[in-house]
Unconditional design. Sequence first.
Length: 362
Amino acid sequence: MGRDLRLENLTKQYGKLTAVNHVNLEIKEGEFICFLGPSGCGKTTVLRMITGFETVTEGSIIFDNRVINDLIPKKREFGIVFQSYALFPNMTVEENIAFGLKMRKMPKKRIAERVDVMLDLIGLSDWRSLYPAQLSGGQQQRVALVRALAPDPQVLLLDEPLSALDAKIRLRLRAEIKRLQQELKKTMIHVTHDQEEALSIADRVVVMEGGKFRQVGRPIDIYKNPTCNFVADFVGTSNFFQGKRTIDVVDAGKIRVKVTKNGDKTNEPVSLAVRPENIEVFKKQQDPPKVAEPMNLFEGRIEVVVFLGAAVRILISMNGEEIISDINEKEFQQRSFKQGDDIYLYIPPEAFMIFPEGEGAR
Protein backbone atom coordinates (compact mmCIF):
# COMPACT_ATOMS: atom_id res chain seq x y z
CA MET A 1 0.00 0.00 0.00
CA GLY A 2 1.38 3.40 -1.01
CA ARG A 3 1.50 6.57 1.01
CA ASP A 4 -2.18 7.39 0.71
CA LEU A 5 -3.87 10.37 2.37
CA ARG A 6 -7.30 9.94 3.95
CA LEU A 7 -9.75 12.49 5.30
CA GLU A 8 -12.22 10.89 7.68
CA ASN A 9 -15.24 12.84 8.92
CA LEU A 10 -13.12 15.98 8.70
CA THR A 11 -14.83 19.02 10.25
CA LYS A 12 -13.84 22.61 10.98
CA GLN A 13 -15.93 25.00 13.04
CA TYR A 14 -15.32 28.65 13.85
CA GLY A 15 -17.68 29.25 16.77
CA LYS A 16 -21.14 28.49 15.38
CA LEU A 17 -20.00 28.59 11.76
CA THR A 18 -19.24 25.19 10.18
CA ALA A 19 -16.66 25.85 7.44
CA VAL A 20 -16.06 22.16 6.61
CA ASN A 21 -18.79 19.67 7.39
CA HIS A 22 -17.88 15.98 7.99
CA VAL A 23 -16.11 15.29 4.69
CA ASN A 24 -14.50 12.00 3.63
CA LEU A 25 -11.96 11.33 0.89
CA GLU A 26 -9.19 8.89 0.03
CA ILE A 27 -6.31 10.23 -2.09
CA LYS A 28 -3.99 7.62 -3.61
CA GLU A 29 -0.24 8.14 -3.76
CA GLY A 30 0.65 9.94 -7.01
CA GLU A 31 -2.90 11.17 -7.63
CA PHE A 32 -3.73 14.72 -8.75
CA ILE A 33 -6.81 16.00 -6.92
CA CYS A 34 -8.53 19.36 -7.49
CA PHE A 35 -10.84 20.94 -4.91
CA LEU A 36 -13.27 23.08 -6.90
CA GLY A 37 -15.95 25.41 -5.63
CA PRO A 38 -17.08 29.02 -5.20
CA SER A 39 -15.45 31.42 -2.72
CA GLY A 40 -16.28 30.55 0.88
CA CYS A 41 -17.15 26.90 0.21
CA GLY A 42 -14.38 25.59 2.53
CA LYS A 43 -11.84 24.32 -0.02
CA THR A 44 -8.88 26.36 1.30
CA THR A 45 -9.83 25.43 4.88
CA VAL A 46 -9.54 21.73 3.94
CA LEU A 47 -6.12 22.43 2.42
CA ARG A 48 -4.97 24.34 5.51
CA MET A 49 -6.05 21.49 7.78
CA ILE A 50 -4.07 19.02 5.65
CA THR A 51 -0.94 21.21 5.91
CA GLY A 52 -1.42 21.74 9.66
CA PHE A 53 -1.90 25.52 9.47
CA GLU A 54 -5.47 25.03 10.71
CA THR A 55 -6.54 22.81 13.62
CA VAL A 56 -9.13 20.06 13.14
CA THR A 57 -12.40 20.41 15.09
CA GLU A 58 -13.50 16.82 14.49
CA GLY A 59 -12.41 13.82 12.40
CA SER A 60 -8.99 12.65 11.23
CA ILE A 61 -6.30 13.30 8.63
CA ILE A 62 -4.49 10.00 8.03
CA PHE A 63 -1.27 9.84 6.02
CA ASP A 64 0.68 6.63 5.46
CA ASN A 65 -1.69 4.89 7.95
CA ARG A 66 -0.89 7.41 10.71
CA VAL A 67 -3.19 10.07 12.16
CA ILE A 68 -1.35 13.38 11.71
CA ASN A 69 -3.90 15.80 13.27
CA ASP A 70 -1.46 16.93 15.96
CA LEU A 71 1.73 17.02 13.87
CA ILE A 72 3.12 20.53 13.34
CA PRO A 73 3.37 21.60 9.65
CA LYS A 74 7.17 21.11 9.51
CA LYS A 75 6.89 17.48 10.65
CA ARG A 76 4.30 16.63 7.98
CA GLU A 77 6.84 17.14 5.17
CA PHE A 78 4.20 18.53 2.80
CA GLY A 79 5.06 21.30 0.33
CA ILE A 80 2.75 24.23 -0.27
CA VAL A 81 2.52 26.85 -3.04
CA PHE A 82 0.43 29.94 -2.38
CA GLN A 83 -1.42 32.35 -4.66
CA SER A 84 1.12 35.05 -3.74
CA TYR A 85 4.50 33.70 -4.80
CA ALA A 86 6.04 34.49 -1.38
CA LEU A 87 9.59 34.47 -2.78
CA PHE A 88 12.31 36.17 -0.77
CA PRO A 89 12.95 39.46 -2.64
CA ASN A 90 16.56 39.77 -1.42
CA MET A 91 17.53 36.28 -2.67
CA THR A 92 18.30 35.18 -6.23
CA VAL A 93 16.29 32.45 -7.97
CA GLU A 94 18.78 29.75 -6.99
CA GLU A 95 19.00 31.03 -3.39
CA ASN A 96 15.21 30.92 -3.13
CA ILE A 97 15.13 27.30 -4.35
CA ALA A 98 18.02 26.32 -2.06
CA PHE A 99 16.51 27.95 1.05
CA GLY A 100 14.42 24.96 2.22
CA LEU A 101 17.32 22.57 1.57
CA LYS A 102 19.69 24.68 3.72
CA MET A 103 17.11 24.67 6.51
CA ARG A 104 17.21 20.86 6.35
CA LYS A 105 21.02 20.99 6.68
CA MET A 106 21.60 19.23 3.35
CA PRO A 107 25.27 19.10 2.20
CA LYS A 108 26.27 21.98 -0.12
CA LYS A 109 27.11 19.68 -3.04
CA ARG A 110 23.70 18.02 -2.90
CA ILE A 111 21.97 21.40 -2.62
CA ALA A 112 23.75 22.60 -5.79
CA GLU A 113 22.78 19.39 -7.65
CA ARG A 114 19.16 19.61 -6.52
CA VAL A 115 18.88 23.30 -7.51
CA ASP A 116 20.25 22.43 -10.99
CA VAL A 117 17.65 19.67 -11.40
CA MET A 118 14.83 22.01 -10.31
CA LEU A 119 15.92 24.83 -12.64
CA ASP A 120 16.10 22.34 -15.55
CA LEU A 121 12.58 21.13 -14.75
CA ILE A 122 11.12 24.60 -15.31
CA GLY A 123 13.55 25.77 -18.01
CA LEU A 124 14.97 28.67 -15.97
CA SER A 125 18.65 27.64 -15.71
CA ASP A 126 19.75 30.89 -17.40
CA TRP A 127 17.80 32.97 -14.86
CA ARG A 128 19.40 31.53 -11.71
CA SER A 129 21.22 34.74 -10.72
CA LEU A 130 18.23 37.05 -11.13
CA TYR A 131 16.10 38.41 -8.28
CA PRO A 132 12.29 37.92 -8.12
CA ALA A 133 11.65 41.56 -9.12
CA GLN A 134 13.46 40.88 -12.41
CA LEU A 135 11.09 38.00 -13.31
CA SER A 136 7.58 37.98 -14.79
CA GLY A 137 4.67 36.73 -12.67
CA GLY A 138 4.66 33.39 -14.49
CA GLN A 139 8.40 32.90 -13.94
CA GLN A 140 8.05 33.78 -10.25
CA GLN A 141 5.29 31.21 -9.84
CA ARG A 142 7.42 28.54 -11.54
CA VAL A 143 10.23 29.32 -9.08
CA ALA A 144 7.76 29.11 -6.17
CA LEU A 145 6.61 25.74 -7.52
CA VAL A 146 10.08 24.15 -7.66
CA ARG A 147 11.10 25.77 -4.37
CA ALA A 148 8.26 23.75 -2.79
CA LEU A 149 9.28 20.62 -4.75
CA ALA A 150 13.03 20.88 -4.02
CA PRO A 151 12.92 19.19 -0.56
CA ASP A 152 10.97 16.30 -2.22
CA PRO A 153 7.77 16.64 -0.15
CA GLN A 154 5.45 13.63 0.25
CA VAL A 155 2.48 15.72 -0.93
CA LEU A 156 2.39 19.09 -2.73
CA LEU A 157 -0.52 21.42 -1.97
CA LEU A 158 -1.36 24.31 -4.29
CA ASP A 159 -3.65 27.09 -3.05
CA GLU A 160 -5.05 28.90 -6.14
CA PRO A 161 -1.49 29.27 -7.50
CA LEU A 162 -2.53 30.61 -10.91
CA SER A 163 -5.33 33.04 -10.07
CA ALA A 164 -3.09 36.15 -10.04
CA LEU A 165 -1.76 35.48 -13.55
CA ASP A 166 -3.16 36.53 -16.89
CA ALA A 167 -5.09 34.02 -19.03
CA LYS A 168 -2.35 32.96 -21.47
CA ILE A 169 0.27 32.43 -18.76
CA ARG A 170 -2.30 30.52 -16.69
CA LEU A 171 -2.81 28.08 -19.57
CA ARG A 172 0.93 27.54 -19.97
CA LEU A 173 1.55 27.06 -16.26
CA ARG A 174 -1.43 24.74 -15.96
CA ALA A 175 0.17 22.44 -18.53
CA GLU A 176 3.53 22.82 -16.76
CA ILE A 177 2.06 21.74 -13.40
CA LYS A 178 0.41 18.70 -14.99
CA ARG A 179 3.67 17.75 -16.74
CA LEU A 180 5.66 18.07 -13.49
CA GLN A 181 3.10 16.00 -11.59
CA GLN A 182 3.21 13.19 -14.16
CA GLU A 183 7.00 13.29 -14.41
CA LEU A 184 7.60 13.26 -10.65
CA LYS A 185 4.57 11.00 -9.86
CA LYS A 186 3.92 13.30 -6.91
CA THR A 187 0.63 13.44 -4.98
CA MET A 188 -0.76 16.92 -5.61
CA ILE A 189 -3.81 18.67 -4.17
CA HIS A 190 -4.83 21.81 -6.03
CA VAL A 191 -7.46 24.32 -4.85
CA THR A 192 -9.22 26.46 -7.47
CA HIS A 193 -12.51 28.20 -8.26
CA ASP A 194 -11.77 27.89 -12.00
CA GLN A 195 -13.72 24.93 -13.40
CA GLU A 196 -11.74 24.80 -16.66
CA GLU A 197 -8.50 24.60 -14.67
CA ALA A 198 -9.82 21.76 -12.49
CA LEU A 199 -11.25 19.75 -15.39
CA SER A 200 -8.09 20.07 -17.48
CA ILE A 201 -5.45 18.96 -14.96
CA ALA A 202 -7.03 16.75 -12.27
CA ASP A 203 -7.25 12.97 -12.12
CA ARG A 204 -10.28 13.52 -9.87
CA VAL A 205 -12.25 16.64 -8.99
CA VAL A 206 -13.90 17.31 -5.61
CA VAL A 207 -16.76 19.79 -6.06
CA MET A 208 -17.50 21.66 -2.82
CA GLU A 209 -20.45 23.75 -1.69
CA GLY A 210 -21.22 25.03 1.80
CA GLY A 211 -18.47 23.00 3.49
CA LYS A 212 -19.58 19.70 1.92
CA PHE A 213 -18.27 17.51 -0.90
CA ARG A 214 -21.14 17.53 -3.41
CA GLN A 215 -19.47 15.20 -5.93
CA VAL A 216 -16.11 13.46 -6.32
CA GLY A 217 -15.14 11.96 -9.66
CA ARG A 218 -13.15 12.06 -12.88
CA PRO A 219 -13.51 15.34 -14.81
CA ILE A 220 -15.53 13.72 -17.59
CA ASP A 221 -17.97 12.17 -15.08
CA ILE A 222 -18.38 15.45 -13.19
CA TYR A 223 -19.24 17.20 -16.47
CA LYS A 224 -21.37 14.52 -18.13
CA ASN A 225 -23.05 13.03 -15.07
CA PRO A 226 -23.46 15.69 -12.37
CA THR A 227 -25.25 14.19 -9.36
CA CYS A 228 -27.07 17.36 -8.32
CA ASN A 229 -28.33 20.73 -9.54
CA PHE A 230 -25.43 22.62 -7.98
CA VAL A 231 -22.76 20.61 -9.84
CA ALA A 232 -24.67 20.85 -13.16
CA ASP A 233 -24.80 24.63 -12.69
CA PHE A 234 -21.30 25.25 -11.30
CA VAL A 235 -19.35 22.96 -13.66
CA GLY A 236 -19.96 24.04 -17.24
CA THR A 237 -23.12 25.80 -18.44
CA SER A 238 -26.62 24.33 -18.28
CA ASN A 239 -30.16 25.33 -19.20
CA PHE A 240 -32.58 24.59 -16.36
CA PHE A 241 -36.32 23.85 -16.33
CA GLN A 242 -38.58 23.15 -13.34
CA GLY A 243 -41.61 20.95 -13.78
CA LYS A 244 -43.51 17.79 -12.87
CA ARG A 245 -42.63 14.40 -14.27
CA THR A 246 -44.95 11.52 -15.03
CA ILE A 247 -42.85 8.56 -16.17
CA ASP A 248 -41.18 9.98 -19.34
CA VAL A 249 -42.96 13.33 -19.81
CA VAL A 250 -42.15 16.51 -17.88
CA ASP A 251 -44.65 19.36 -17.82
CA ALA A 252 -42.57 22.53 -17.30
CA GLY A 253 -45.49 24.97 -17.58
CA LYS A 254 -44.79 26.72 -20.87
CA ILE A 255 -43.37 23.56 -22.46
CA ARG A 256 -43.83 19.78 -22.24
CA VAL A 257 -40.89 17.53 -23.04
CA LYS A 258 -40.19 13.86 -23.42
CA VAL A 259 -37.28 12.60 -21.27
CA THR A 260 -35.62 9.21 -20.90
CA LYS A 261 -37.92 6.91 -18.92
CA ASN A 262 -36.81 7.02 -15.31
CA GLY A 263 -39.09 6.19 -12.39
CA ASP A 264 -42.84 5.63 -12.34
CA LYS A 265 -44.15 8.43 -10.10
CA THR A 266 -46.98 10.74 -11.15
CA ASN A 267 -46.58 14.53 -10.87
CA GLU A 268 -43.12 14.19 -9.28
CA PRO A 269 -41.46 17.67 -8.97
CA VAL A 270 -38.16 17.63 -10.88
CA SER A 271 -35.50 20.00 -12.17
CA LEU A 272 -34.14 19.40 -15.67
CA ALA A 273 -30.72 20.48 -16.91
CA VAL A 274 -29.44 20.33 -20.49
CA ARG A 275 -25.99 21.31 -21.77
CA PRO A 276 -25.89 23.96 -24.56
CA GLU A 277 -23.95 21.70 -26.94
CA ASN A 278 -26.76 19.10 -26.79
CA ILE A 279 -29.39 21.48 -28.21
CA GLU A 280 -29.79 21.28 -32.00
CA VAL A 281 -30.79 24.41 -33.95
CA PHE A 282 -32.38 24.53 -37.44
CA LYS A 283 -33.26 27.42 -39.77
CA LYS A 284 -37.02 28.06 -39.89
CA GLN A 285 -38.45 26.69 -43.13
CA GLN A 286 -41.92 25.72 -44.36
CA ASP A 287 -41.69 22.15 -43.12
CA PRO A 288 -40.28 21.47 -39.64
CA PRO A 289 -37.21 19.18 -39.59
CA LYS A 290 -37.73 15.46 -39.05
CA VAL A 291 -36.56 14.55 -35.53
CA ALA A 292 -36.72 11.40 -33.42
CA GLU A 293 -39.07 12.95 -30.82
CA PRO A 294 -41.41 15.63 -32.32
CA MET A 295 -42.66 16.64 -28.80
CA ASN A 296 -39.17 18.09 -28.13
CA LEU A 297 -39.09 20.32 -31.21
CA PHE A 298 -39.82 24.00 -30.47
CA GLU A 299 -39.94 27.31 -32.29
CA GLY A 300 -37.72 30.17 -31.14
CA ARG A 301 -35.86 33.28 -32.15
CA ILE A 302 -32.13 34.10 -31.98
CA GLU A 303 -31.74 37.10 -29.64
CA VAL A 304 -27.94 37.27 -29.15
CA VAL A 305 -24.93 35.72 -30.94
CA VAL A 306 -21.61 35.40 -29.06
CA PHE A 307 -18.44 34.25 -30.85
CA LEU A 308 -16.35 31.97 -28.56
CA GLY A 309 -13.67 30.88 -31.04
CA ALA A 310 -14.25 27.23 -31.99
CA ALA A 311 -17.90 27.50 -30.96
CA VAL A 312 -20.64 30.10 -31.29
CA ARG A 313 -23.07 30.60 -28.39
CA ILE A 314 -26.58 31.71 -29.30
CA LEU A 315 -29.19 32.97 -26.87
CA ILE A 316 -32.65 31.89 -28.00
CA SER A 317 -36.05 33.13 -26.85
CA MET A 318 -38.46 30.16 -26.71
CA ASN A 319 -41.98 30.45 -25.28
CA GLY A 320 -40.74 33.18 -22.92
CA GLU A 321 -37.77 31.04 -21.79
CA GLU A 322 -34.14 31.96 -22.50
CA ILE A 323 -32.19 29.02 -23.91
CA ILE A 324 -28.44 28.86 -24.62
CA SER A 325 -27.18 26.68 -27.47
CA ASP A 326 -23.54 26.17 -28.49
CA ILE A 327 -22.87 25.42 -32.16
CA ASN A 328 -19.63 24.53 -33.92
CA GLU A 329 -18.33 27.69 -35.63
CA LYS A 330 -18.08 26.00 -39.05
CA GLU A 331 -21.68 24.75 -38.82
CA PHE A 332 -22.83 28.21 -37.70
CA GLN A 333 -21.28 29.75 -40.83
CA GLN A 334 -22.69 27.06 -43.14
CA ARG A 335 -26.22 27.56 -41.84
CA SER A 336 -25.73 31.37 -41.90
CA PHE A 337 -27.55 32.01 -38.63
CA LYS A 338 -27.85 35.61 -37.48
CA GLN A 339 -29.48 37.68 -34.75
CA GLY A 340 -33.28 37.95 -35.23
CA ASP A 341 -33.62 34.65 -37.18
CA ASP A 342 -36.66 32.51 -36.46
CA ILE A 343 -35.48 28.96 -35.81
CA TYR A 344 -36.46 25.50 -34.62
CA LEU A 345 -34.62 23.98 -31.71
CA TYR A 346 -34.60 20.32 -30.75
CA ILE A 347 -33.64 18.75 -27.42
CA PRO A 348 -33.23 14.93 -27.60
CA PRO A 349 -34.87 13.10 -24.64
CA GLU A 350 -31.48 11.65 -23.57
CA ALA A 351 -29.94 15.16 -23.36
CA PHE A 352 -31.93 15.98 -20.20
CA MET A 353 -30.31 15.46 -16.81
CA ILE A 354 -33.08 14.95 -14.24
CA PHE A 355 -32.83 15.97 -10.58
CA PRO A 356 -35.66 15.38 -8.07
CA GLU A 357 -36.61 18.69 -6.42
CA GLY A 358 -35.69 19.29 -2.77
CA GLU A 359 -32.39 17.49 -2.27
CA GLY A 360 -31.31 18.34 -5.81
CA ALA A 361 -29.78 14.86 -6.16
CA ARG A 362 -29.94 13.17 -9.56
